[in-house]
Structures are given as C-alpha cells and as structure tokens.
Design a protein around this ligand. Sequence first.
Ligand code: AMP
Ligand code: MN
Ligand code: MN
Length: 339
Amino acid sequence: MIDAAEAIHSLLSASQRVLLISHVAPDGDAIGSMLGLKWLLEAQGRAVVAANQDGVPYLLRSDQVAPGWQSVVHAPVKPRRPGRGYDLVITLDCSDMQRLGKTYSPSLAHAPLVNIDHHITNLGFGAFNLVDPAASSTAEIVVRLAEALAWPIGPEAAQCLLTGIVTDTQSFRVGNVTPALLGMAQRLMESGASLQAVNEGVLDRRNVDTICLWGQALNALHLEERIIWTAIPLAMRGRCQGVEQSDSGLANFMAGAEEADVAVILTEREDGLVDVGMRAAAGFDVAQVALALGGGGHPRAAGCSLRLPLEQAVQHVLGALKGALAEQRRANAAVEGQR
Ligand code: AMP
Ligand code: MN
Ligand code: MN
C-alpha cells in the first residue's frame, strides 16, 4: 500500500488539475469516494472536477451525507482550453471503462489514468491501478491512501468517505468488515462524520414510488432451482415515476430468502438495455457470471447490462446462473466431503 500510495503521490505532486470520474448509475460509494477524494485533493491545493454521467441520486443530494454534492458535473467532460487540460484523471469504483459512461472521452487520453477500485472483476485499465478486492469499498482505499500520505481528513471529506463505506457494507453487515475498517470508521466519526445520517438518510430511506415498485416486483417473484428472481418491465416502472436506477435495497432484501442461493432483479430500461442485479448467499459467487455477461462486481453482489428484450435477458441470465450454481454446488460438496 505504501508503494502504491507513493506512486500516486508522485503523480499527484506533478498534477495541478485533476478530473475524478465514478460509475454510471452511481451508488453511495461512487459518489462518496469521489467527493471524499475531491475534498482531500482540494485541501492539498489541487484544482479538482468531479464528474458522473448520471449526476447524484436523490438520496445523496444532501449536505448531511454527501457535502459538496452540488459540485458534481454531469455533462460529458471536455478538456479545458488548449494548454489547460487535466493533467491527471482518477476513476473511482469502476471495474471497466464502460462504467465511466459518456463522462470519459478519448480527448482525455493525454492525461495519465489512475484506477482506484475494489471490484474483484476490475480489468486493470488504468496506467496505474490501485485495486484491492478485499477492501469493503473504494472509499476505504481512499482513506488508506490519505492516511499513508498523512493528509488531514476534514469533516466534509470524512462524511463523504463514511457514506461510501457505510452504503457499500450495508452499515457494517457484510463479510469484508474488519476490525481495521471499524477503527477507520471511528476515526472518520472523530473527524466529524455522522453514521446515523447515512443509516437514516440513505440506507433506510426511499420514496413512495420506490416502495410501490417493490410491491409490484415482489408480487411477480419466481423461485427456480434456488434462484429467486423478478423482472421489472418498463410498464411496471411507468406506474412509479419517481424511481431511480441505482436502488439496490430490493435485491438485498430478496437475498435474505431462505430458500434461495441467489437473488436476481432484471430491470428493463428505456434505451433498450436490461440492468441485471445479482446477490449470492454465503458460499456462492456471482461475480464471474456477471463478468462473463459483460459486467462485473463482487463475489456476493454483481451486475451487468444486456442489450436483449427482457424475456430473452431473463432466459440468458437464468441459464448462465443455473450452470454456474450447479458447478459451485459440486465444488462445495467436494469440500464438505473432504472434511
Ligand atoms: P447493484 O445490484 O446495482 O447494487 O450492483 C451490485 C454490484 O455489481 C456493484 O458492485 C456494481 O458495481 C456491480 N455492477 C452492477 N452493474 C454492473 C455493470 N453493468 N457492469 C459492471 N459492474 C456492475
Ligand atoms: Mn458502486
Ligand atoms: Mn464500491
């Protein structure tokens, strides 16, 4: 980590104008890690622009959980005037370059690209890659970087970074929560961040349209070979206009089903793509299936987007999952047999 931090430090010391980009349909870690790093770099005297194709989702448009959210640019980013371009581009929470969406353009290619991420499926697309699949969140990696470089973490940066950690760990409930992470969260709270603001303002909060969509999606549940799944056609979403793309609460809720090893939600989008969100129970892995389908993620939470009609997307994903799960069950049984 020190080596990586030192390499990034020398890139940063040679840079004045830094562009930060996080993934399309951003979640709390995408926005939190990006804004946290923006506050930290600005405190070091750098000029920083934070960009996201889809802007900031409504739950994060709050000074309590994502201070500085108003500064996120969501038009495609063009280099500034000739000779005044960015001299460093940093991507956050993105496992491949498609996740940058329209925010990244080839005209930015003159600047070195640093890829900071924690997805096991990260393709290592940066000139420099700070990728740790054991990290709970990209925000955790940003905090480690700041602490390794002895950068002070002010209250705004602390809040954004805690928001990233708490949203990606569902408030410290998942497997990659370590004693070191809890210590880090304590230091962020001591720097002025509120844990309650993230729990109440992001994780436990949703609008009525979202609750209404959950109701319809849950009414259309299927359970097949220990896969619990539901599909959300455009018409279903049309009755609940205020629903945003990046709500992962329903997938997390369905993943609690005792009778299932995997939960899947397929959501039809207006642009002809189908978003697929997957969750796996302990002992199962959906990251490699997602990667094979052109997406990515973590062993127990992954996703992809398919350009297929919804019905075909359902068949395609279920087919891939059934094959992968059969293999994983065989492997798990073999390990059990050896005990
Ligand atoms: P979600 O179900 O949207 O909460 O996503 C679960 C995990 O899968 C997150 O870590 C996402 O970053 C990742 N993921 C979701 N969709 C995609 C995609 N189209 N490409 C790559 N990774 C994705
Ligand atoms: Mn994310
Ligand atoms: Mn993340």
